[in-house]
Design a protein around this ligand. Structure first.
Ligand code: SAH
Length: 259
């Protein structure tokens, strides 16, 4: 059995209970050493084999899983954040399927959620944005034409850019080709939830300068949108006059005048 486990964004106590129990029970752990907090490996049992996948290619990773499986031992594949985002897990799952090796997935707290906590932000604010676009600047991995950054930027929705801080200049240009303005708020969150977390706030017009001045190139997210600003509408859900399936709204002053 192979368990793909989301390690969370960095702080070692932000892994799920299930994820920690899987680590404790693992015969072998293959972790993404470039981003996963090594403190999580302290939960591993004695004799657990540990591999850093940053130094391995796909066939080597699958090879370890195959050897463990042949010995009747289980492997935890520890990925940063949640495995479903930029985790390169699909190719591993398909390789395991081809070999008849069973696997499961344990979700994790993605770094974009860690960044929201660091920013004390709500990504979906009434009357501001009700959508979150998770994307990246094109790098060595191509982005499909229809998802080019300036096209996604046309929505002006809340946007989270992974893997893009090293290309802040292009990011800034592409965002400004869309609906964002130079004064639209943005933030760079470096190592969200780690002890050396850094939050840098500014505007889209100064994004590139913010990254350069603070020497940020990796392990950071760019968050863009008016949800980082001051204006928004109040929710209907907690409006005292609004009736939901769980709560009857109070009559408004207008209703009282009529009755
Ligand atoms: N699966 C991961 C993302 C892996 S891609 C997740 O759900 O978070 C790696 C990229 O994620 C990094 O280049 C960076 O953009 C972002 N990232 C990962 N951990 C981060 C953290 N703690 N703070 C800020 N960005 C982070």
């Amino acid at each position: 059995m192979v368990d793909f486990v989301g390690a969370g964004p960095g702080a070692p106590d932000l892994i799920t209970v299930r994820g920690r129990e899987l680590i404790e029970a693992a015969d072998c752990i293959i972790y993404a050493g470039s981003l996963v907090n090594p403190a999580l490996l302290d939960h591993a049992g004695e004799g657990c084999l540990i591999y850093d996948s940053a130094k391995m290619h796909l066939e080597e990773v699958i090879g370890v899983m195959e050897r463990m499986e042949a010995q009747g031992r289980n492997t935890v594949r520890l990925h940063t954040g949640d495995p479903s985002l930029y985790g390169a897990v699909r190719e591993q799952m398909d390789a395991l399927r081809e070999r008849g090796i069973a696997f499961r997935i344990c979700p994790g707290v993605s770094s974009f959620c860690g960044a929201a906590a660091a920013l004390e932000a709500e990504y979906t604010l009434p009357e501001v944005s009700q959508s979150v676009i998770i994307t990246r600047m094109e790098g060595r991995t191509a982005v499909p034409d229809r998802e080019k950054l300036h096209l996604l930027a046309e929505h002006g929705a809340t946007m989270i850019l992974f893997l893009s801080c090293g290309m802040a200049e292009q990011v800034q240009q592409e965002l400004l080709r869309g609906a964002y303005k130079p004064e639209t708020p943005c933030a760079i969150v470096y190592k969200a939830t780690w002890e050396d977390e850094k939050v840098i706030r500014g505007t889209v017009g100064e994004l590139c300068k913010l990254a350069a001045d603070n020497g940020i190139a990796g392990t950071a997210l760019i968050v863009v949108g008016d949800v980082l600003g001051d204006d928004y509408g109040l929710s209907k859900l907690y409006d005292r006059h609004f009736t939901t399936a769980y709560r009857k709204g109070e009559p408004s002053d207008d209703d009282k005048k009529i009755s």
